[in-house]
Structure formats: structure tokens, C-alpha cells
Design a protein around this ligand. Sequence first.
Ligand code: SF4
Length: 368
Amino acid sequence: MSNQNHISPPHFGSDPRVRYVKVGNLIIGGGAPVVVQSMCSTDTRDVDATLAQIQRLAAAGCELVRVAVPDKKASQALRNIVKGSPLPIVADIHYHHQRALEAIAAGAAKVRVNPGNIGSRDRLKMVVESAGARRVPIRIGVNSGSLPDDILERDHFIVTPQGMVDAALREVELLDKEGFRDIVVSLKASDVKTTVEANRLFRERCDIPLHLGITEAGLKGYGSIKSAIGIGALLMQNIGETIRVSLAAEPEEEIEIAWWILEATGVRRRSPELVVCPTCGRLEIELIPLAKEVERILKEIKLPIKVAVMGCIVNGPGECRDADIGLVGGRGKGLVIRNGNMVQTVKETELLNAFRQELDGLIEGRKA
Ligand code: SF4
């Protein structure tokens, strides 16, 4: 791959030069839309609780979900989870080749296992043959906390982006030797800069699709910001084919943040974008309650439209120019703007109704 230091224009697919893998009914890579994923926090052996959480994740917009498979009971439960899940399931294995084989047999759409952890070449061959026969991709995961000793020693016990890339390429080589190419790689550190640089270096070397995330990002507030900066920086360089926001929070909350990252970077859009002025001394309307009400209405809409809510006529109309619908407050009155043209002047108290009316018209227009 070529060096990609430039910022790409907004796009709605991943980099088409990256190879792709099929994960259940999803495509990761090859120019397909960036996939949103998460991981269950339930005990996998509790099938009902896990399926209930997967349903909540699916309703929130999750497209792929990972579950931990630490023991045989978990891999037995996996069969029923796969059967009852509306989403493809990724089995998180880590070490034991037998769990990987059981997970593949149970219908996992992808397994996360590092070939170097499996033990012997014979065991690896068994896993690769089983995954290959069912076209189940393998995700190799390199985390900053688990780099091989020799790489750490070489780098003076400092986790470096190059060290992470070398560790990942070593794992990739083991699969390459077995002729296995359905691979996804993740390179995650809790440090944003290290993660961004590791993924950028890897993409220069290799066309394998990348799963992006900042590991152990933290609680929802700061963790979301770290994730947005790290994942967002990479997506803006056209790097990354699937994302997971790792928060110490309910997994559904990760999905909301993941979609905001995709929408803010312009990589994928599924819902309206709301632009609101930050308010200042020129404010001529009760702006924040109005914006919150508009936001509530827009939550029901699954259309990639742009709505702007502005607080005065000095800057409002100009700022609304590129919005599908703009609302501008001004001394008890409100202006409604459609695609840069003023279409209604109403009393401030009627601005919300006027918005609903324009929104209905816009939705009808898009359906036609
Ligand atoms: S739109 Fe008007 S009220 Fe809002 S920040 Fe700009 S100048 Fe201030």
C-alpha cells in the first residue's frame, strides 16, 4: 500500500484496495461500508442473557458481535447463541485450539485467535483447515499489553508502533504459511498515538483489513473522546474496515459512540446530522430547549439529512446555507430555511411545528 499521510475527502466505503473477508452476511474490506461491532459483557454460558444483550446491541445499530469463549461450556452455549442471534457472532478464543475448533463447528462467523498462541503447527493446521472449509475468517489481535518478549527486549521494553506491527506480521506469516488468507488484524493500544501510528504503518505494509479500536479506552466520557480521536484519525486517512469502541460501559453505549464517529468523519451516515450554534450574546431565542426538541424528533428518522438550529439572524441564515433544513431565531420570530432559501417566517412559538412540516415534506420528497 502507498503512504497515506493525506486526509481523504469524505467517502461512504472503506478503501477498495484492501482485501475483503466475508463474516456471515457482512463484508469487511474491499470497499464495503465500515462495519460497527461490539462485544458482549455477559457470561457466554448464560445463553438467554447473552441473546438479550445481542438483541439490544442490534437495535442500537451493532452489526457484528463478539462473545468470549473461555471454556468448553461456553463453546457449547455458542451453538444456541449463533442460532438465536440476529447478528453474526465472533468467537473470542485467545489460546486454546480446541475452543477454536468447537466455535467454528458451532457456527461462529469469525474467530479471534492468534496462531502463535495455539501451540504446535499441527494444532494450527487443524484450526486453519476447519476455518478454511467453512470460510470463517480469523482475527489476529495485537494489544500493547501482550507483545512478545523478544520484540519488547529489542525495543528496550517500550511498546512501539513498529513493535506492534512486527508482532502482527509474525502472526500473519504463520497463517500465510498455511495458505490461509481470510484474515483481519487489530493493533490496539490504550495510547491513541501508538494505535494510530501502528495501524498506519501496518496499512503501508499490508492489504489485510483492519479492525480499529483504542483498547481499555476508559469510562464513557473520556473513553469516547480517546476512541473518537484514534479511530477518527485513521478513518480520515481511509484506514480501517471495522470499528469497536471499547468502553467500560454497557456495550449498547459503545454503538452510539461508534456511529457518531462514523458520521462525524463522514465515513458512514445513517441518521440526521444536527448542527447547533454554540450561543453567544447575540442570542435571540430559547435555543437549547428548541435544539433538544429537534434532536428528539430527528432520533426517529433514519435519513442522512443535515439540520441546523441557529440563535440569531446575524449569522444564522449564512450558517444554514448547506443544511437541508435550517431554523433561525430572531426577536420572537423564527425563519425556516430549506436548502439555503427562506421558506417560512413564523412566530417563535410556532417554529417547531413549522420544522415538523418541512421535515415531513423533505421525507416525502426523498421517498418519491
Ligand atoms: S448564530 Fe448568532 S447567537 Fe448563535 S453563536 Fe452565532 S452569532 Fe451567536
